[in-house]
Design a protein around this ligand. Structure first.
Ligand code: FMN
Length: 223
């Protein structure tokens, strides 16, 4: 697959078929993604790849806890700045509205929105969950490195005919996830990536989010 096709066809898939993904495919995707650059070649990412029974146990554990702690655990990092300014706040709002519109959920229907949000913790039905950690001592440059690794995983998945969804939502269950994965204490959960075969029939997968045009975020000179 051409890299431009991989870039263009990647989107956040939020409904998967249950068909399994073999370990060798996941290994191939992670191996390809590990070619991502990182400052000083630190390669600061650490991944726990889960499928089958261990993944089912984690999903069940979160489901059991959700009744007591509907908002999850206090996060270890802020997903967004406390005061999200424009144009970022409007973009976030629109992405949410457009997402819920695909499944006919209105702004006031908090229950349906909550149900859809909680699908995060079933990895939207994906048979594989990649839980991505980085060392607590790492700073913004290494978090950026991790982002390059995430995108590389998502593009490599496309080359194998698979789809993905990056999921920061899992960070709100970091200690429960940690109890299942037993990462070293110095590792911190950044996010998960749901990985699998797209459910082609799911309306939620029809969303294609907007992007600002190149001229809105680039100033050209000297061409
Ligand atoms: C690091 C990261 C974390 C994300 N976390 C979530 C999440 O927890 N749940 C979710 O449904 N989407 C999540 N997303 C998906 C974004 O909402 C999505 O990338 C954005 O709206 C653009 O849409 P697209 O990926 O379909 O192009 C995440 C994306 C990234 C890069």
């Amino acid at each position: 697959m051409h890299v431009l096709e991989a870039l263009d066809s990647r989107f956040s898939c939020r409904a998967f078929r249950p068909d399994p993904v073999p370990e060798e495919t996941v290994r191939a995707i992670l191996g390809a993604a590990a070619r991502a650059p990182s400052g000083g070649n630190l390669q600061p990412w650490h991944v726990h790849a889960l499928s089958g029974a261990p993944l089912a146990r984690l999903v069940a554990a979160v489901r059991a806890k959700m009744a007591d702690l509907p908002r999850g655990e206090p996060g270890e990092y802020a997903v967004y700045p406390p005061e999200l300014k424009e144009p970022y706040a409007a973009r976030r709002f629109k992405a949410g509205e457009d997402l819920y519109a695909t499944i006919g959920v209105t702004r006031d229907d908090k229950a349906a929105r909550g149900r859809q949000f909680r699908r995060n913790f079933e990895l939207f039905g994906a048979p594989v969950g990649l839980f991505v950690y980085l060392d607590r001592t790492m700073g913004p440059p290494q978090w950026a490195d991790c982002g390059m690794f995430l995108q590389s995983v998502m593009l490599a998945a496309r080359a194998h005919g698979l789809h993905t969804c990056a999921q920061e939502a899992w960070a709100q269950w970091h200690s429960l996830v940690g109890a299942h994965l037993a990462p070293p204490a110095e590792h911190m959960l950044f996010c998960a990536i749901a990985l699998g075969h797209m459910d082609e029939t799911a309306l939620i997968n029809t969303l294609r989010t907007e992007r600002a045009p190149v001229d809105a975020f680039t100033r050209f000179a000297g061409f």
